[in-house]
Design a protein around this ligand. Sequence first.
Ligand SMILES: CC(C)(COP(=O)(O)OP(=O)(O)OC[C@H]1O[C@@H](n2cnc3c(N)ncnc32)[C@H](O)[C@@H]1OP(=O)(O)O)[C@@H](O)C(=O)NCCC(=O)NCCS
Length: 176
Amino acid sequence: MIILETARLLFRRHEESDLEAYCEMMADPEFRRQSGGKPLSREEAEESLRLIIDGQKNWLVQKPMGLLATILKSESRYIGRCGLYANRDENNVVIPGEGTLAYYITRPYWGRGLATEAGQAFIQYGFKELGLTRIVAGANAANAASNRVLQKLGFLWVRSGEGGGNTWHDYELSNM
Ligand SMILES: CC(C)(COP(=O)(O)OP(=O)(O)OC[C@H]1O[C@@H](n2cnc3c(N)ncnc32)[C@H](O)[C@@H]1OP(=O)(O)O)[C@@H](O)C(=O)NCCC(=O)NCCS
């Protein structure tokens, strides 16, 4: 089931058929370095996709929150995961009406504006379909592309902080 669509992309739940492309993406050291993690072995990536697919079973049918399989329409190819997930406070309690934007695009497709296109679609979806009032996002200070995407999407810088040996920038966008 297609949940959201843009000019070049469509977004749907993850499926077993995404396995090869998902494992390839998660084994890429540069992709994983930007995401703040280590490359995943085949076994680890298979387990990770299994958890994603199982987690989706709890989603509401019509309007799910979560990172969706991102398909490049012209190639019918899985190229990553993008979407919104719940925002939580310092006590790990979900903040009603708020979402966190995230995007992960596999490396051969970087630099084509696809993360920005996905981000625009999920901002619209979050505010209009999910009724969110605020969307937040965070990016490693060393991840210039991710920070740039957030700026292009109109996010405002809120604060910077340290975590896990990295410096992070936090951003927000409010539904005016
Ligand atoms: C971050 C990521 C999603 C960007 O995806 P993308 O589709 O290439 O992004 P876009 O093409 O929409 O925009 C990238 C922007 O960053 C800029 N950029 C890329 N690398 C850069 C660098 N090293 N320094 C400065 N700007 C850079 C691009 O020029 C572009 O800006 P522009 O349109 O003004 O020219 C992708 O690199 C990725 O998936 N990385 C691994 C996962 C990750 O880091 N996700 C974010 C977690 S917070």
